[in-house]
Design a binder for this molecule. Structure first.
Ligand code: FES
Ligand SMILES: [Fe+2]
Length: 336
């Protein structure tokens, strides 16, 4: 396999984000992943349910229907499915009729909820689901960016969000600093189907009130720790070495089909003094940064990511995104 398409079947055995926790309510709602719709709801008694959004009877979307207690009724002919997905009532057959055992909903192999996100593994996953450690730390507050969509390769978007050589060019309107054109040496440590990489650089800290007051210079130091879990869970952990504080940015990419990707992103910060206003500003700033990335990505005319490393030219500044390709190639080759 030389390249990766969004709907690569091998990804069915990895954990992929599907939606945010607050999108799971007692009203069934559908989300696209790998070319299929998945219906998500939260039972009246608690507990999350995810199934293919297709009734086994006439394949109507289950989102035509509604919840009745812990069960879900299809909106077309009213078949009722219990919370395990088994049909327990077919109104057209009358009371007490035998329900065919095949009348059941198709479920993913795994569902996991953590850091305000819902993940699914469509088939038996190779690894444990991803976590954002700071999401459990009460000293951090969370801000969610609006959900974005891009016509793109999910692999190339992951590549962009992990890349460390584009800041002074793509982000010259936000945080990109001229002084960081040269990428210093950094290490990437592989951990199963993921890695972490630590990188320190100069940046323009336009958010720091200490810059306006003259307390600190605009160009400051920060340490970036990238944590990646295949295929599309990315965290960028930023420690502000001059101004103090920590900002963790999560990117959770959902390959909807071979051309579209949904992008969930959240911030966790411990340096805003609990201010919702400052968090709203931080979220707006991050949206502006991602818009810069997406404006460039929108100019690509390809929806595949090269996995054969001879197709592109790599340098030592690209260690992190070369590792990304290696991991995705390992996953694809595991099943082919
Ligand atoms: S299609 Fe769902 S009950 Fe007929
Ligand atoms: Fe970027």
């Amino acid at each position: 396999m030389d390249s990766l398409r969004n709907c690569e079947p091998a990804l069915r055995r990895t954990w992929m984000a599907l939606c945010r926790s607050d999108e799971a309510t007692e009203t069934p709602r559908a989300h696209r992943l790998l070319g299929e719709e998945w219906v998500v709801w939260r039972r009246a008694s608690g507990g999350l349910r995810v199934f293919a959004n297709q009734c086994p009877h006439r394949l109507a979307p289950l989102t035509t229907g509604w919840c009745e207690g812990d069960s879900l009724r299809c909106g077309y002919h009213g078949w009722l499915f219990d919370s395990d997905g088994q049909c327990v009532e077919i109104p057209a057959l009358g009371d007490g009729a035998i329900v065919p055992p095949r009348a059941r909903l198709r479920a993913p192999a795994g569902v996991h909820e953590s850091h305000h996100m819902i993940y699914v593994a469509l088939e038996t996953p190779w690894e444990a689901p991803p976590e954002v450690a700071v999401a459990r730390d009460a000293t951090f507050m969370r801000g969610d960016l609006t959900v974005m969509r891009a016509r793109a390769s999910a692999g190339l978007l992951a590549d962009n969000f992990l890349d460390v050589a584009h800041f002074p060019f793509v982000h010259r309107g936000t945080f990109g600093a001229e002084s960081e054109r040269e990428v210093p040496a950094y290490h990437v440590t592989r951990e199963g189907d993921g890695f972490s990489a630590v990188y320190e650089h100069d940046f323009a800290n336009r958010e720091d009130p200490g810059v306006a007051s003259g307390e600190r210079p605009l160009i400051q130091r920060r340490r970036l720790t990238y944590r990646y879990r295949a295929p599309y869970h990315l965290e960028l952990d930023i420690e502000f070495l001059d101004a103090g504080g920590r900002n963790v940015i999560g990117f959770f990419l959902v390959p909807e089909d071979n051309e579209w990707v949904r992008i969930y992103s959240s911030l966790w910060r411990n340096d805003l003094g609990g201010s919702l206003e400052r968090m709203a500003e931080a979220v707006d700033f991050e949206v502006a940064v991602i818009d810069e990335d997406l404006a460039l990505q929108a100019q690509y005319r390809t929806f595949t990511m090269p996995l054969d490393v001879t197709q592109e030219v790599h340098t030592r500044a690209d260690r992190i995104t070369v590792e990304l390709r290696r991991i995705l190639a390992d996953i694809v080759n595991r099943v082919s």
